[in-house]
Design a protein. Sequence first.
Length: 288
Amino acid sequence: MPIPSLSETDLEAYRNDLSNPEKSTGALFITLTGLYQCFAGNEQLLASFEYASELHSLEKSYASKKEHYNKEIAELKRQFKQLDNRIVAAEQKLRHGIPDDLMVMDKIIAEQESIVEDQEKLNHAESSIVEQIRIIDIAHGKDLQKLEQQQNNRNSPLNSKLSAFNEQIKQAEKRITLKASAISVIAIIGIPLVIDIAFVSLGLPALSKNTNNLIFTHYIFLITLILVELFLAEKIRSRISGILSISYLKDSLGTLQNLLMENKKQIFKVESEHNISISEFVKGNYTA
């Protein structure tokens, strides 16, 4: 089953998803992976289009050359037939014996010499054409072999490129998760700490006087830490993760947009060089 191709509509829809606060970062990462998979379809289409258009041009050029030499061969056959008629005519003149008239005999000898000379020319021309056909056949075979190798060189990196995209997204998601966790810990601890410092600066008494026990001295910090962990921690983690993820996802969307534009430029280049429309190629009609 062919991979669906990526379109501008897909990118615009994803851009809207990035602006939607209800979309989870996990879902956005999954969608991004799917978009890169779709882009692999665009790359595969480009590779197939390049191969088909180059093959079409090769076959068209080869057919044109063959047609040229086939016409020359047909002309040679016509000339060989004329030569055969001349040989038959010369033989008929000698069936009744050698003529006594020297002028007539000279004409017959001259005709025979001309026939031999023309026959040598035609044989040489035929050999030359056969050699030219052999040369273009060999060249065409090499061109086809080279084209097949180029196609293999195009196809081989596609799967590895898709795998690299997927791995890059996975690693980015892991890095963002770790970074968000670290920042979240700082925020979760920082909020109670700020509140505790504020209350201490206001002179809030400790639970137990004349004690150096940190628990009794900074009970506000502990209470606030517990409350933050119970009611705000998940929102803080989600918010920080969202901020970091959206920044990466927007950059990835921009990269994907550039890749799609470059893909379209390459398709337009192939269309211009080979005079074959991508739409006609998709339909299966390769005739320029």
